[in-house]
Ligand binder design. Structure first.
Ligand SMILES: *[C@@H]1O[C@H](CO)[C@@H](O)[C@H](O)[C@H]1NC(C)=O
Ligand SMILES: *[C@@H]1O[C@H](CO)[C@@H](O)[C@H](O)[C@H]1NC(C)=O
Ligand SMILES: *[C@@H]1O[C@H](CO)[C@@H](O)[C@H](O)[C@H]1NC(C)=O
Ligand SMILES: *[C@@H]1O[C@H](CO)[C@@H](O)[C@H](O)[C@H]1NC(C)=O
Ligand SMILES: *[C@@H]1O[C@H](CO)[C@@H](O)[C@H](O)[C@H]1NC(C)=O
Ligand SMILES: *[C@@H]1O[C@H](CO)[C@@H](O)[C@H](O)[C@H]1NC(C)=O
Length: 374
């Protein structure tokens, strides 16, 4: 690369840096799912050469002895459902993988740097148990960086919070299965696709990371509503992708009319895949994620993307405020070995939906960190 190429790249990096560096000085900037951002993160010769086409979410997993990011038994916050080693998982290789984007270097997570840059700020995850999974991972990663720091853990419903007191950083979880409301009415429990009442609790945060999807597929006794309401009409049921799209669009409009993105950064935590169907990765005789000890090698998942991903992308393309998609689906699809399987402290049976901690959500947070601090 010639001098002029290098200096224009530098200029590009600097402007991205100034856009992304500080929460208070954060100016509107349309995040495009990683491509523009990644140019600002490019490091090293290989990365500089490829910066223009760098996508953080396209890559493969490499074995790395320096992982995991923390020792789960030293993390005071971790819940039994994610604590696979404590509940007897015999293998350990799954702890040792690092996400390696094809054309850029992902910086290692630095907890002290995170706490310093986000001093006094509130980081809030809003969503279902996959949000809880990522929230606990972030709390463990930050705790590992300041193991002797004072923390305050408030557990409640819907809002839980872990504060790192020396830094005044609060990492919070607001539990919401659908983001839109479920209301008890005389006819029964109604899922209201065009209503968000809990939003006032969210806007106080400096960083918001939203997620919803898994509950949209629930039927029978695990479906927590009796009717769907949309546009003044009541339905007994609806195509679930269509319902998801309508509900997520309500969330998108909520972001556009309620979040001041000058002061609050908004992320959507992409679709977290499950591994109940081993035919997806070509092992028809395996029982879901049971006894899986290695990732899928390479950078493609044989079964391809999940349909909900295109709903997310299409809804996000209609938001006018900047929302960053943490596009973690492919990298997580490759980690058929990452689930609690039979070693989930609180779930009987086989959990191929949540993730062991330490584990895959640590990488989601490494990507969040990259997006927040560079
Ligand atoms: C993890 O932490 C526990 C408890 O602090 C300790 O007993 C164990 O040796 C640690 N394991 C590793 C691999 O460091
Ligand atoms: C810790 O949390 C509790 C409960 O929310 C609160 O009463 C207390 O003031 C907090 N302590 C500190 C030092 O923030
Ligand atoms: C809604 O009604 C159900 C019983 O049908 C009850 O168990 C639940 O607590 C109610 N939820 C709210 C938020 O009132
Ligand atoms: C958003 O926040 C900035 C910085 O505090 C403030 O200047 C601006 O007026 C706010 N915008 C709206 C629409 O409230
Ligand atoms: C399992 O995955 C295969 C390959 O993607 C697909 O053809 C099949 O329909 C799936 N089975 C179920 C029960 O979803
Ligand atoms: C997993 O491996 C263990 C030990 O080899 C075996 O006993 C068990 O049946 C396997 N489970 C499944 C679901 O394949």
């Amino acid at each position: 690369m010639g001098n002029s190429g290098r200096s224009s790249l530098l200029l590009c990096c600097c402007s991205l840096l100034s856009l992304l560096l500080s929460a208070t000085a954060y100016r509107p900037y349309h995040w495009d799912g990683g491509h523009g951002l990644a140019a600002g993160m490019a490091r090293g010769r290989r990365a500089r050469a490829a910066a223009a086409s760098c996508n953080l979410f396209q890559g493969s997993w490499v074995y790395d002895e320096s992982y995991p990011a923390y020792n789960s038994s030293a993390c005071p916050f971790i819940d039994p459902e994610f604590d696979c080693q404590r509940y007897g998982r015999p293998d350990k290789d799954y702890l040792k993988y690092r996400w390696n984007p094809d054309s850029c270097d992902l910086p290692r997570f630095n907890g002290v740097d995170f706490l310093t840059k986000y001093k006094g700020k509130k980081i809030m995850f809003v969503g279902d148990s996959l949000s809880k999974n990522q929230w606990m991972s972030l709390a463990c990663m930050l705790h590992a960086a300041v193991p002797d720091g004072k923390t305050n853990y408030t557990k409640s419903t819907p809002l839980s919070s872990i504060t790192f007191q020396e830094y005044g950083v609060s990492v919070m979880l607001y539990h919401s299965t659908y983001l839109v409301d479920i209301v008890n009415e005389t006819i029964g429990r109604v899922l209201k696709l065009d209503s968000i009442q809990s939003g006032s609790a969210w806007i106080a945060a400096d960083v918001l990371i939203f997620n919803t999807w898994h509950w949209w597929t629930h039927i029978g006794t695990s479906q927590p509503w009796d009717y769907i309401e949309y546009g003044g009409q009541t339905y007994k049921d609806m195509d679930r992708l269509e319902a998801f799209s309508k509900g997520l669009t309500t969330w998108a409009k909520w972001v556009d009319s309620n979040v001041n993105t000058t002061t609050t950064k908004v992320f959507f935590q992409g679709i977290s895949p499950t591994h109940y169907n081993a035919t997806e990765w070509g092992e028809a005789s395996s029982k879901g994620c049971a006894n899986q000890t290695d990732p899928v090698s390479g950078s493609t998942y044989p079964a391809g993307p999940v349909p909900a991903q295109s709903v997310v992308k299409s809804v996000l393309s209609g938001v006018s405020k900047p929302v960053f998609l943490l596009d973690v689906t492919l990298l997580s699809q490759l980690r058929k070995d990452g689930h609690p399987s039979a070693y989930s402290g609180e779930h009987p049976g086989m959990d191929c939906s949540h993730w062991c901690l330490a584990g895959v959500p640590d990488t989601w947070n490494q990507l969040l960190y990259a997006a927040l601090t560079l």
